[in-house]
Design a protein around this ligand. Structure first.
Ligand code: GRF
Length: 208
């Protein structure tokens, strides 16, 4: 196999998608390796997961303003990634809009996972939004990151039914199971060089 692609995961919370990626990377056939977990605070559950997998973790202070990051923190993250040979940045429950140096450096090489079928229910509390709207199906989306919030070209979507009696928790759990499949699959496709962005469409090349 060609050399594995280095990735960094950015997380703010629980870290279950980070864990799914870390598990996938344990497979020696998997084409990517996690070089670092970057968190924006000391509280993230993802930190304990990094420790259990022996993955380096770095905390970067991103500023007091919720949802955004300071230019200095973006620069620091870009430097951390560059120093570790990171080729792809994966946002996994990272609760800030990425701009600045990190965005400039990793445009087209940054992915995010969202717990709804985009372009529906962007932003926060996507599962609650879907439930309140009354959709029959929801799911998750892995997409490239652009300047907007949950607006970049879509790589993978997985669908789940919304059942009678669903609560935000039960729907979120069902979606999360799919997230844990979709994210490692999207990273694999990227690492194998099989994704090409054409306008809003992402073309996926068949495996040779
Ligand atoms: C996931 O639902 C993800 O889609 C969203 O934030 C949540 C993060 O969960 N962006 P976890 O920290 O990966 O468990």
């Amino acid at each position: 196999m060609n050399e594995k692609k280095g990735i960094a995961v950015l997380a703010s919370g629980r870290g279950s998608n980070f864990e799914a990626l870390a598990r996938a990377c344990l497979d020696e056939e998997y084409p990517a390796v996690i070089r670092a977990l970057i968190v924006d605070g000391g509280e993230a559950g993802a930190i304990a997961i990094a420790d259990s997998f022996g993955i380096e973790r770095v905390a970067v202070e991103c500023g007091a303003k919720k949802g955004s990051m300071t230019p200095e923190s973006s620069e620091r993250m870009a430097k951390i990634c560059a120093e570790r040979g990171v080729e792809l940045v994966c946002l996994a429950g990272f609760m800030r809009i990425v701009g600045g140096a990190l965005m400039a450096e990793y445009r087209g090489r940054m992915l995010n996972i969202h717990p709804a079928l985009l372009p529906g229910f962007k932003g926060l509390h996507a599962q609650e939004q879907a439930l309140a709207y009354g959709v029959r199906y929801s799911g998750c989306t892995v997409h490239f990151v652009d300047e907007g919030v949950d607006t970049g070209p879509i790589i993978i979507q997985r669908v789940v039914p919304v059942l009678d009696g669903d609560t935000v928790e039960s729907l979120s759990d069902r979606i999360l199971q799919e997230e844990h499949q979709a994210y490692p699959e999207a990273v694999r496709l990227w690492a194998e060089g099989r994704l090409r962005i054409e306008g809003r469409r992402v073309r996926i090349r068949e495996k040779a």
